[in-house]
Ligand binder design. Sequence first.
Ligand code: NAD
Length: 534
Amino acid sequence: MLTAPRTVSPFRNEPIRDFSDPADRRSLEEALVRARAGLGRSYPLVIDGEKVRGAGRFTSINPARPDEVVGVVDEASAAQVSQALDAATAAFARWKTRSAEERAEFLFAAAARIRETKDDWNALLVLEVGKPWIEADADTAEAIDFLEFYAREALRLAHPPPLTPIAGEKNWLTYLPLGVGVVIPPWNFAFAIMAGMTSAAIVTGNAAILKPSSDSAVIAARFVDLMHELGLPPGVLNFVPGDGPTVGEALVTDRRTRFVAFTGSKGVGLRINELAAKTPPGQRWIKRVIAEMGGKDAIVVADDADLDAAVAGVVAAAYGFSGQKCSACSRAIVDAAVYDAFLAKLVPAVEALRVADPSVDGAAVGPVINAKAAEVILGYVEVGKGEGRLLAGGGRAPGAGFFIEPTVIADVAPRARIAQEEIFGPVLAVIRARDFDHALEVANDTEFGLTGALYSASEERLRRAADEFFVGNLYLNRKCTGALVGGQPFGGFNMSGTDSKAGGYDYLLLFTQAKTVSRKVAAEAADDLAAGMD
Ligand code: NAD
């Protein structure tokens, strides 16, 4: 591992490919063949740098071909959960003494390796979670971005700006790590969110226990392997797969856990928050919970909108990755004056979407993640048929995988269930608004507050949305998905989480605690020190 100081270039986003170039297509096709040849392998736990067999095991399957086993993953026992917490506690004592430069180097090295082997990661995303190719490439690019961005952020935090000078004293501030962190990611950004939360935890000097989602545990195992191949010291990153209610809760409630970094649904986030608030005997801290949760995101289409652009934005945001994004558009709120014209353009655009296995047709809308998700989504479609007018889709799509037709339900009341509850599938509720004021009111009438968008030609309306549309990420005249690290720090309000901003300048602070040191000195010395401190 390199430890020499390096010159760091300004952060730039990793480019995302659209696979229109035949060479790009061929490269991913070849990677898919390689990935298929390696399917079905077994993935043990990693505790203190050692691979260990778990108590049980589960399979991670391809949602487009449920018979295809992507990997067989070991599940931790209660004793192994405890061993991982001990290993992380011991590793933390050593890791926290390493410099920010040393820690950041692991992230830079991981980003470089992933960039070199991008299509192998993309192929795994296509097979393990059913991502269309462009979505897989965006997920991998975002993983690289998080690594590159948080590495730079850790270097920045290691040199905070000087404090206000005080006569007779020298004062300085350092950001200390917290301790042992439990990282619990979702399956939908199987690479980016998993690697982002994990790397934020370790680059700031914490030791992490990664409990992956069981639907995307193979990609998490490969990432943990990569970090160890790069020489990450044992115990700094432990891999402890298992069921949420057993393994997840055992980790969350343990007194050795100092913080939890969670991304997932509202229900699980609230439960983790509640469990983590309890202080078992011997626990010396209040656990910190960073929770990024669900959304019920709206695109508002005003009467002066460019309707073609609005339709393209809604289709991309509602059906990209089958609507399985926290930022997905699940409500289109359309001014009554253009409502019919909007629907007349929307419905054929949705009907033109192809639903297929993305390993064969990379541009198609793929499956949803598993049988249970398909059942829940189809349940909502049935509810929606009673709450509005079905205009497209409405059922399963052909194929052995968990395929669901892109579905449009119009004339939905703002407080209908399908307009209020997160569905997390390819289902769009279209709501008629009386005017622009009403549209904004409907958009904000939700317990969530993650993303939103407005299509309008009016400067005044765009300004009003910037002030009044209560979401963490607002987009004007563009779709409400696809936030980029650095440029569009991501995270929402209210039931969408604890107001954190992944990929932003405030994020790493959540993984640290600041210590101020004040030393009495002669007045002149304090002036000199204040001027010279970095
Ligand atoms: P989920 O809540 O079902 O699971 C998330 C993780 O929590 C998984 O690793 C799971 O194993 C674990 N888990 C489940 N029950 C647990 C428990 N009782 N204790 C501890 N851990 C437990 O969510 P999901 O289906 O994986 O992901 C989809 C959800 O994530 C959607 O609601 C989506 O909006 C949200 N999401 C939010 C963001 C964001 O940035 N706000 C980003 C991506 C996804």
